[in-house]
Design a protein around this ligand. Structure first.
Ligand SMILES: [Zn+2]
Length: 413
């Protein structure tokens, strides 16, 4: 009887929370952990991984906003784990994040993401929640495994940058299909509509198990206006109900997205100049500047992480200068990909909130364009996907396509 009363109280609380939060946006703070040996591993570029983590958060927030999901993801921490060897995969590594000292070490934010090797074809592993967990473990930080060399995409118009949001929603209770979604409702008080369906565009929605086959610009969510012809699948409504509860996996918010990064195109010196500012100046600290873009398959799409030292009392860093030609190499690799070129600074206690798009600051570099023979199918355009890639580049591509169209019309006449 006591159990039953407790359940009822918890359910009433859950219900009132979701009603109170209707229309307002919930926030999940996400931490990122990686095996320390990755710092010396030539097959892993931490700039690609950290920028990819931020980029995946950006594309998730943009998708949620466009599709009516009242949820915002925020970065809150990036750190290495010294007990990991670098041989863990998304499944074994994720399990370790639930165990002993590693569980405590990775208990940061509402959800903690571990970067590991893929396990065969498995590139992500969420923390599968069920309805009863919200009653009995309401403040249990979710642990997620995510594959390396993936979050910036692998080239072409694919949805690898959405794998993070897919695993985040698994960790709220989402499933791939209807049969599994029924199992979420293990206490007969949960919903059964948190799963994927085929949308109006003919592609699977965000929770499909074959997410990487969905073109980046075609990604949507079941229950959104372009994916709601089967009333039983409604990830938008499901997420809006459970997100206010999952936002308390870590009680309260860290609100430590306080690093500001200023990037300047210094034409006199032919350098991009990076200056980071922090809030807490009480101690010496080494922060890290990560610059990457494009897609990971390019290889040369990222620069090595660079240390930024602060002395006690210092709020603004020294100027970090990087030659135009060095940064232009990344611009070249990113050109035509779904991602632009970005910079982000991460400290031990403070992080940057959003990426800075370095291509958008540039005024001198111009891409060498090889026009697509058929403007109808064109190269992937980040604006179609709602990404925030360099406006000048996109405009230039558009102009090129318009020119090509005029030429073709003339020839046809
Ligand atoms: Zn999945």
């Amino acid at each position: 009887m006591q159990l039953r009363t407790k359940t009822l109280i918890a359910l009433t609380l859950a219900h009132s929370l979701s009603v109170n939060a209707a229309g307002s946006t919930s926030t999940f703070e996400l931490s990122l952990f990686y095996p320390q040996p990755y710092e010396y591993d030539n097959s892993i570029n931490l700039s690609s991984e950290v920028v990819g983590f931020y980029r995946s958060i950006e594309v998730a927030n943009d998708l949620f906003e466009r599709k009516g999901v009242n949820l915002e993801l925020k970065p809150t921490h990036v750190a290495s784990v010294s007990s990991w060897t670098g041989t863990e995969n998304v499944q074994t590594g994720r399990s370790d994040m639930d165990t002993g000292a590693t569980a405590v070490e990775t208990n940061v934010g509402d959800m903690a993401i571990g970067l590991f090797l893929p396990n065969g074809g498995t590139i992500g592993y969420g923390d599968h929640r069920k309805s009863s967990h919200y009653t009995w473990y309401p403040n249990n930080i979710a642990k997620i495994g995510l594959a390396t060399n993936m979050t910036l995409g692998k080239g072409g118009d694919n949805s690898y940058p959405f794998v993070l949001s897919h695993e985040v929603l698994h960790s709220v209770g989402a499933m791939h299909d209807q049969a599994a979604a029924v199992r979420f409702n293990d206490d007969a008080s949960g919903r059964e509509d948190g799963y994927a369906r085929t949308c109006d565009n003919g592609y699977g929605s965000l929770m499909t198990s074959v997410i990487s086959t969905v073109p980046f610009a075609q990604m949507t969510i079941s229950g959104a206006s372009d994916c709601n012809t089967t009333p039983s699948a409604n990830m938008v409504g499901f997420t809006n109900q459970y997100a206010p509860l999952a936002a308390e996996f870590e009680v309260g918010s860290r609100n430590n997205q306080t690093i500001r990064l200023t990037v300047t195109e210094n034409i006199n010196d032919q350098t991009f100049d990076f200056v980071a500012q922090r809030n807490d100046t009480s101690a010496t600290e080494a922060m890290t500047l990560y610059i990457a873009g494009g897609a990971v398959y390019n290889g040369q799409n990222a620069l090595a992480p660079q240390s930024i030292e602060f002395t006690s009392g210092q709020a603004s860093s020294e100027i970090i200068k990087i030659d135009f030609n060095t940064v232009y190499g990344v611009f070249d690799q990113a050109h035509g990909e779904i991602n632009s070129t970005y910079a982000v600074v991460v400290g031990q206690n403070e992080v940057q909130n959003k990426l800075v798009d370095v291509t958008a600051i540039n005024t001198l570099w111009e891409p060498t364009i090889t026009p697509d023979p058929d403007p109808e199918t064109g190269t992937p355009n980040p604006d179609n996907g709602g990404g925030s890639s360099g406006g000048s580049t996109s405009l230039f591509s558009l102009l090129m396509l318009s020119c090509l169209y005029l030429v073709r019309r003339k020839i046809n006449k």
